[in-house]
Design a protein around this ligand. Structure first.
Ligand code: SAH
Length: 352
């Protein structure tokens, strides 16, 4: 992947690691923080412009380091304001990032990808129809965020939230995701608060355990989609390997660890998982846990046989959960007209 092996990459390197790198190369550790600030707070990625850094070090950075960003090759703006960026990586692989505005609530979210393609093949998801190509590096994960933030800053909007919910499974690329989380959460990185970063997973027990050892506390969302193992395995084949019982208690532990409730995401599919029987299974699974349910209607994916449920069914499902003391919200989907909504990311051009 690395095109120029001689040069050290600076983009997406945790500030702490950057300091260590500089020390190893004979520079002062605090320069790492200064460089991070220029990169992530000020969006300056030309060392020449890092004016509080000595000229000799600036020249050294230019000669010995590289700051790599993906290239935005297409911007597709939805009528609802959601904007999907198709980004090309150094080896020409493509990835997608979605910006989801909520200007009224001052909540402006970037939805970022962690892999090109996905190994897990959930039956209803567009990414699952692609082959798995490769993991993204922390450089590429942060690069998406960087470009999205710069893009929206041009219209005076600041990025406030991050959801790691784009293409791929973050806990299947945990090493790079953890490095990227350090950049997102650190004061000298993007400085976005722990409760404003959400990581969404199919539920990989070892991954959840590892995350709890890092001290990093992003919010956790689990893609549930069915509270019954048999149905969940049909929709999400990974459930055979990691059935609900293998991770459900870990979500309680995670809630305790992070001091935040865990969210269970539930994509509603007509005649598949949208009846009151299914709602009751969710109640039995979730009741008493520090968790809430977020219902999302299915976004249709070309070539897949599933349909969204009706509004009536969705409200009935939600009411059932609420009447059983489960906190349940309905997520409004944005970006459907540009295939930028949940489950629609397939890294292909939507332009005609
Ligand atoms: N692999 C991670 C993150 C990517 S999927 C995960 O599974 O959580 C992000 C979210 O999109 C998941 O909650 C998933 O259930 C949802 N999703 C997938 N396909 C969808 C579709 N067609 N319509 C609506 N949501 C979908």
């Amino acid at each position: 992947m690395e095109i120029d092996n001689e040069k050290k990459e600076l983009m997406g390197i945790p500030p702490e690691e950057l300091g260590e790198l500089l020390v190893a190369l004979g520079h002062k550790k605090f320069r790492g923080k200064q460089i991070s600030k220029w990169l992530y707070s000020n969006s300056i990625h030309d060392p020449e412009k890092m004016t509080d850094i000595p000229r000799t070090l600036r020249t050294w950075l230019k000669e010995n380091c590289r700051i790599t960003l993906p290239e935005i090759i297409e911007v597709a703006r939805s009528d609802d304001g959601a904007t999907k960026f198709l980004m090309q990586l150094e080896d020409n692989e493509l990835t997608e990032t979605v910006y989801i505005p909520d200007l009224e609530n001052d909540r402006n979210t970037a939805c970022i990808s962690t892999q090109v393609g996905c190994r897990f093949k959930c039956a209803f998801c567009a990414t699952g129809t692609l082959d798995f190509h490769r993991n993204l590096s922390s450089t590429e994960i942060i690069g998406q965020l960087y470009l999205t933030r710069d893009y929206i800053r041009e219209s005076g909007v600041e990025l406030t939230n991050i959801v790691i919910m784009g293409m791929g499974e973050p806990l299947d690329n945990l090493e790079q995701v953890i490095r990227a989380l350090k950049v997102m959460l650190s004061d000298t990185g993007f400085g976005i608060g722990h409760r404003r970063v959400l990581i969404s997973t199919i539920g990989i027990p070892d991954g959840i355990k590892t995350l709890m050892q890092t001290g990093l506390k992003p919010k956790l969302a689990i893609s549930l989609n069915a509270a019954d193992d048999k149905l969940r395995t049909k929709l999400m084949p990974i459930n055979k390997r990691y059935p609900i019982a293998s991770w459900i208690n870990l979500t309680d532990e995670y809630a305790k660890y992070s001091h935040r409730w865990v969210t269970f995401e539930y994509v509603m599919i007509e005649n598949v998982n949208d009846s009151l029987i299914h709602a009751d299974q969710v109640v039995k699974l979730i009741k008493g846990r520090p968790a809430k349910v977020n219902l999302i209607n299915l976004n249709t994916v070309d070539g897949l046989p599933f349909k969204p449920t009706s509004k009536k069914n969705m409200l009935r499902f939600q009411s059932y959960l609420l009447s059983n003391s489960i906190v349940a919200t309905i997520r409004k989907s944005k970006g459907q007209d540009v295939s930028g909504a949940c489950g629609q990311l397939a890294a292909k051009s939507v332009m005609k």
